[in-house]
Design a binder for this molecule. Structure first.
Ligand code: ADP
Ligand code: GN1
Ligand code: MG
Length: 381
């Protein structure tokens, strides 16, 4: 029988449309939110892998709605991939249903779901070569293209205000005020820094509210480790981790990839002298992204890509700092002060990007000329 101290995997797996004997189950990946396992099932001579996840239902309190969203998006992606002549079993997430036809199983205390395992592909925690980053940009750009005609109003907004930076700022101020863990004094410098940069909060949100930038279906968590790169060809094949697919701004999705991938160091690097913004990777990502989105991007979105990168990095740092103030209750941590280190790396990256902001905008124009993305609108702007 395969169990760990928390879960009886044999019993869980028995509820899904999976044939064969459970041979192995190991913790998998480095996500901050769900508990992810790779399970191995013996089917005759061969063994087959699946991804099993215990859904974080403290965050996603309505699992029915969560899986409704993921079901719709994966089905739409599958159809788009088929139309483009791709392989829907490798280029999208595929839900394995329960024997009752449901997209998840509830064992009385936890919710579980299973995905088809995408074989011979890997997610990366850092950019090893710029080629990886380019390919991840192509995959995220393709995700925009595949979902360009998706009707976002079909989706539940599961985490309202998820990337509403003004709401995040208000949450931060509340956490500072409450200081529930007596950590405020120790991080006075970081708190002052966030407040000094508060003008960043509205730079995207206000444009969404005024309609200048469109709401569209966005992924909302476009880190490098949420895209799978093919082991043989190095190509970005599938965008995964669809929990946060909701209406949002493409500028934030673009920006979140820049935030994570253009850092010279890990998100939680404690030594800030190792953390800097890698400009050449920003250029690389832009080229791949604009090439893949083609003309599915508006002129206003294009113009706001650089500020999107800065604001989402600011927002993410603020979320880490808020969690630190609240006692590390949201992001998974494996050591003390990890959330504080994460916050500090984000603030360092914001400072670096602010210094080169004008250049970042110029690069967008230059890359547009090369890729032809929205060339007409940029030229006539
Ligand atoms: P979290 O929300 O906690 O980040 P993810 O859905 O991103 O969880 O999954 C965590 C990791 O598991 C991923 O980074 C990836 O390495 C792996 N993974 C997830 N889904 C699949 C899949 N369908 N096939 C192969 N690996 C997967
Ligand atoms: C979380 O689940 P994961 O590790 O891909 C978080 C993102 C943050 C990210 C920071 C649902 O993403 O919003 O940007 O950590 N996901 C959720 O690394 O809050
Ligand atoms: Mg993830």
């Amino acid at each position: 029988m395969i169990m760990n101290k928390e879960y009886d995997f044999n019993n869980i797996i028995a509820h899904f449309l999976i044939d064969g004997e459970l041979l192995d189950c190991e913790r998998y990946g480095e996500g901050h939110i769900n508990d992810t396992f790779r399970i191995t099932v013996g089917q005759g001579e061969k063994s087959v892998h699946y991804i099993l996840q215990r859904i974080n239902h403290r965050l996603f309190t309505d699992v029915d709605k969560l899986m409704h969203n993921i079901g719709l998006v994966t089905e739409f992606c599958r159809n788009s991939v088929e139309r483009e002549g791709g392989d829907p079993m490798r280029e999208c997430l595929n839900i394995v249903r329960t024997r009752e036809g449901k997209a998840y199983y509830f064992d009385g205390s936890n919710y579980f779901r299973v995905y088809v395992f995408i074989e011979n592909a890997t997610t990366h925690q850092t950019v090893r070569h710029s080629r990886d980053f380019y390919e991840s940009a192509v995959a995220f750009g393709k995700f925009v293209r595949l979902l360009a005609d998706f009707d976002a109003s079909q989706l539940y907004e599961l985490l309202p205000g998820f990337h509403n930076t003004k709401v995040r700022y208000a949450d931060f101020l509340r956490a500072v005020e409450k200081d529930s863990c007596n950590r405020r004094a120790e991080i006075a410098g970081e708190i002052d820094w966030v407040i000094a940069h508060k003008d960043l909060c509205g730079r995207i949100v206000d444009k969404l509210d005024s309609g200048e930038i469109p709401f569209r279906v966005t992924h909302n968590d476009t880190k490098l480790n949420n895209v799978m790169l093919d082991d043989a060809t190095g190509k970005g094949i599938a965008v995964i981790d669809l929990d946060t697919v909701m209406p949002g701004s493409l500028c934030y999705d673009f920006g979140d990839s820049i935030r994570f991938g253009c850092s010279s160091a890990a998100e939680d690097e404690p030594d800030l002298s190792k953390v800097f913004f890698r400009y050449e990777l920003y250029e690389t990502y832009l080229r791949g992204y604009l090439h893949a989105v083609g003309d599915c991007i508006t002129k206003e979105e294009l113009e706001n890509l650089p500020i999107g990168a800065i604001v989402i990095t600011y927002e993410c740092g603020m979320r880490f700092l808020t969690d630190y103030l609240e006692g590390d209750i949201y992001f998974r941590t494996t050591r003390p002060k990890q959330n504080l280190d994460r916050a500090r790396t984000q603030f360092k990256l914001v400072e670096d990007m602010l210094l080169v902001f004008d250049k970042m905008c110029k690069t967008v124009e230059e890359v547009c000329h090369v890729t032809g993305a929205r060339e007409q609108s940029i030229l006539s702007a």
